[in-house]
Design a protein around this ligand. Structure first.
Ligand SMILES: CC1=C(CCC(=O)O)c2cc3nc(cc4[nH]c(cc5[nH]c(cc1n2)c(C)c5CCC(=O)O)c(CCC(=O)O)c4C)C(CCC(=O)O)=C3C
Ligand SMILES: [Fe+2]
Length: 375
């Protein structure tokens, strides 16, 4: 971890997230926000709406972000870091534009941004950068001073993100019947995205073959599988699989789906499986419905014992990792050399997305990258 304690030049941290409905009346407008201009079939929207209604129209994601905010504030205070932490979303209140306006009105001028997506991809990275550009354009039109916004690097391989998940897998294994524990397979899971989006994820130099999105997930999966093998003395088979597919059926998305994978494992005689949601930062609806409800029901139907391991959520080690990322980037911005923590084989990700990183289908302004129209 970085031993610097100076957040300068930053005067605030912005937690930038997805947002979710907080009651039944929010569900349809939320889904309209998410899918505007994205060509999602009506049938899929109806189905996803039902997932939310099953939980009273409330996504857990907002409370999980509130808990993360608390954890970050507590961690920063304990470390003597006088950095205010704010929160804004892409798709629901508190909206990013409103939060950024408030921050600027309060005098914030150089803001570090943490997104609740740890990996490269259009949805997890550039789209947030586009949201930042849109918000800056609004403030500009309102005649407000523009802050500089710096997006913190992808943290998929930061020990504060990976290690709590490794412990989660160990806990899930311990929770399985000893008779099936050693034979349990590890099914690492993440959000499916279109093949085309995966292939163009990350810097242009690494495009093709699933791009940075797949490579980064494979690296985390291997790191966790290796650590679990070392800690348990058992070498378990593992695979990276996908969930939460949407889009039109004729468009190829990353496969296999977790449910198909469970079926295949069962067919091949696997005695049990642990589903490890490495693609997600908290137990939001994609975890609660797609894994804990749908995939778990599928496993029960098959008679395959499964457990779903924990996401980092507001784990204090994750909060400390965020502090490390802020201080690391602050030191870099000041021109100081600094240690950049990373597990696995890929090394620390870039600070500034290069031109052509995770391109959009239709090019739009994106902030906090080499192609940003803002300083
Ligand atoms: C890579 C990725 C992440 C992980 C990174 C990250 O965390 O950012 C993620 C997270 C999330 N996705 C979420 C919800 C939804 N995603 C949708 C649709 C889509 N996601 C996509 C990708 C991702 N999504 C894509 C390519 C689409 C197709 C439409 C498009 O190209 O934009 C839809 C529309 C209906 C549907 O088709 O499912 C919904 C409702 C929630 C909130 C959950 C809650 O409420 O608790 C979260 C955290
Ligand atoms: Fe999504």
């Amino acid at each position: 971890m970085s031993d610097q304690h100076d957040p300068a030049p930053y005067d605030a941290l912005l937690l930038l997230s997805f947002g979710g409905p907080e009651g039944p009346d929010d569900v349809v407008p939320f889904l309209e926000n998410v899918t505007r201009g994205r060509g999602i079939p009506k049938e899929r929207l109806k189905e996803v709406g039902q997932h939310y209604f099953l939980f009273g129209g409330v996504s857990p994601i907002n409370d999980q972000n509130r808990a993360l905010l608390d954890a970050l504030r507590k961690d920063f205070a304990q470390a003597g870091l006088g950095l205010p932490v704010h929160w804004g979303n892409r798709n629901w209140a508190p909206y990013l534009t409103d939060t950024l306006r408030e921050m600027v009105t309060d005098g914030r001028r150089h803001i570090a941004v943490l997104t609740t997506s740890a990996y490269a991809s259009y949805s997890g990275c550039r789209q947030y950068r586009e949201n930042l550009a849109d918000a800056l354009a609004t403030l500009e039109a309102e005649g407000l001073p523009l802050p500089r916004v710096d997006k913190l690097r992808h943290y998929f391989n930061h020990p504060g993100f990976v290690e709590p998940m490794t412990e989660g897998v160990l806990a899930s294994l311990a929770d399985l019947d000893p008779a099936v524990r050693d034979g349990a397979h590890l099914a690492f899971t993440t959000h499916s995205i279109p093949d085309s989006a995966a292939d163009t994820s990350g810097p242009a130099t690494g495009h093709g073959d699933g791009g940075a999105y797949v490579r980064q997930h494979l690296d985390v999966a291997r790191t966790i599988a290796d650590a679990v093998r070392e800690r348990t003395g058992v070498d378990r088979p593992w695979k990276l699989v996908y969930q939460s597919r949407s889009g039109a059926p004729h468009v190829p998305w990353l496969e296999p789906d977790i449910c198909d994978h469970l079926e295949e494992l069962h067919g091949a005689g696997a005695p049990a499986a642990v589903m490890v949601p490495i693609g997600f930062v908290s137990d939001h609806m994609e975890v609660l419905y797609d894994l804990d409800t749908e995939a778990t029901a599928k496993a029960a139907e098959l008679g395959l014992p499964v457990r779903r391991s924990a996401t980092v959520g507001s784990d204090p080690r994750f909060a400390a990792a965020v502090r490390d990322l802020v201080l690391e980037r602050a030191a870099t911005e000041r021109g100081t050399r600094v240690e950049r923590c990373a597990l696995g084989a890929l090394g620390p990700s870039h600070d500034l997305c290069p031109i052509g990183c995770c391109p959009a289908r239709t090019e739009r302004p994106a902030a906090a990258g080499a192609d940003s129209p803002y300083a």
